[in-house]
Design a protein around this ligand. Sequence first.
Ligand code: ZN
Length: 379
Amino acid sequence: MLKSPNIPSNYGFGIWFNKKEKREYYVTPLVNCQVKFYKNINFKYGELLLTTESPKFKKPVCDVIKNNYYSPMEERYGMFLIKFLNADFTDVFSAYKTFFAFYGIEFLKEYVNNFPDIHSCKTANDYLNLLTKVFKNSKENLISLQKDIRECVDFTYNLDNSNSYNDVYPHIRYLSHALKNDLYRYTNNTNVYFNKLFVNGTDGLSPNLANPTKVSKSIKDGKLSYKLSNIYHSTALSNIVFISLDEIALNTYVTIKKCQNCGKYFIPISKESEIYCDIMYYDKEKTCRVKGAAETFKKNIGDVEAYKLYKKTYQKILMQIQRGKTSPYSEKAKYFTQWKQQSQQYLKRYKKGSISENDLNEWMQKSVDKFDKYKDNII
Ligand SMILES: [Zn+2]
């Protein structure tokens, strides 16, 4: 391998990003209390999910989850920030279920003196006791930091509906908020390691033998990646959160929204018009995108303007064709067939939550207006 940057993996928290593939990676000591590796089909490494909705700390043996810089935890781009924004810091159990189960507690060292070593936990109950103590000492700081970061995200993506500086790009809004509120102070406890000096695997290329051919091969083999960000390591949550915020907010291809079903922050996967989140904490959890959207659809589809217009127009044109007012071979009838199919596709997309009601209404109105340009030419 290339020169090892020697990043600590037995304490603190290390995180890095792949903008292009929309992934992020982290390494930190983690204790297994009813979490499991979940292997997303498109991911190289595993991510963590709780095994059950309400984990109990009853497991007699408390094992440490193996992860290191050769085999980190992997998540979708921006998930650390999103989980922090949504974390429920009401009590130790809600905090564990929504945040600490996935990321550990190593970054709470900035708030707790004489931080206990999690490796000393012998049983799950030991871990719960340790977690409770650490959480109690950091709760106020956690809530206050979350409030500051939420304010910044709300301003950046105009989620507070204040409509101030509405015509300005999110990344510019972010920079102004971060500078004004001195969020850059949250870089005081971060070590930065250059990913390019770190090749996965022990058979990477030797630096003194590096040449363009060998570098190309290492890139092709996935051992050297110049598309990854630097690796950031810290024992301060504020620093890790700020690094994630800065990464996401300055990426003009990404946006943050609030779920119309549960109100959680989320990053739309493909289309900006997605309105439901896909946040998952435990195995087999039905996300809002799957559940909420389907329920809303069943409940409200009859009230959606686009659906009423679809039904009315469908009946009207069908009647015209049946009564011979419009020839079934006319351009208008051809458009009718095409429009029916497209409308059904759009209604389905609305049902899945991948387009908003507004977008659906707008599309339906435009597509119905097009009928006006066809003349009724009777043969
Ligand atoms: Zn949701």
